[in-house]
Design a binder for this molecule. Sequence first.
Ligand code: SAM
Length: 285
Amino acid sequence: LGMRPADTGAVVRCLSTGGSVISAQPVQKFGDNPVDVRDTDHYTEEYVPSFVEKWDSLIDWDRRAESEGTFFIDLLRERGVKKVLDVATGTGFHSVRLLEAGFEAVSADGSAEMLAQAFSNGLKHGDHILRVVQADWRWLNRDAHGEYDAIVCLGNSFTHLFSERDRRKALAEFYAMLKHDGILILDQRNYDAILDRGYSSKHVYYYCGEDVAVEPEYVDEGLVRMRYSFPDESVYHLNMFPLRKDYTRRLMEEVGFQRIETYGDFQHTYRAERPDFFIHVAEKE
Ligand code: SAM
């Protein structure tokens, strides 16, 4: 869940850690030492239904769409894209936007629970019947078929891969499913800012006004553990690998993408002073 905080006009500000921690119910399992959980396969256990439903019910899709604008849609249209594979469907926000914009979209995700939620969201938001495929990125070509003009991997999803081998494998699978002139659009949180700013001055990102607070609870070069606090005082976490911008770009290049352009916060130019998100557009040809 990597929506930009600016989506709701919310501010980014410092949080003094204090207050009580309420244990999450029906449960995310991180074991005795949560910061030791650095495993690519763990993502399916982190997106428990209560967490996913809560996020979806609080974050207004219309407002999210408004803030994102037509950045991705314009990019895809400019390049004459027709067939898109959304490899990180999640609860379906981007898949539905693609369908509404007239693209032929297929919705993949490794989590069956996410796909179920996405399917019902498709019906709810405009009567769309999503074409869903359960597929882990590392074995994408085994489970999803066809060739695409574009692959989108959005909402800070790539961060769930915890080894370089997995990242290379996933990118290679994306590359293979693209037509000869296809593009990959992949976004990520600006982890450079989080890593370089250091633990002492962590920021909390508020979504939906003040309703949902997201903050890095633990940070090192191999893990950012994000804490999601909801208005009903429930708390959830996601363990993520902090991708440095230049590292992601390098991996894409090494896998074979010819040209990579990086945007900050959906703008064509970004000021060095800290966008919350980067969007990489990688061209195969
Ligand atoms: N794009 C959506 C959005 O922005 O609302 C949802 C993104 S959600 C943060 C990340 C999604 O990536 C989750 O649904 C998760 O199941 C999926 N995911 C994480 N690792 C994966 C993997 N190795 N293979 C397939 N899907 C994966």
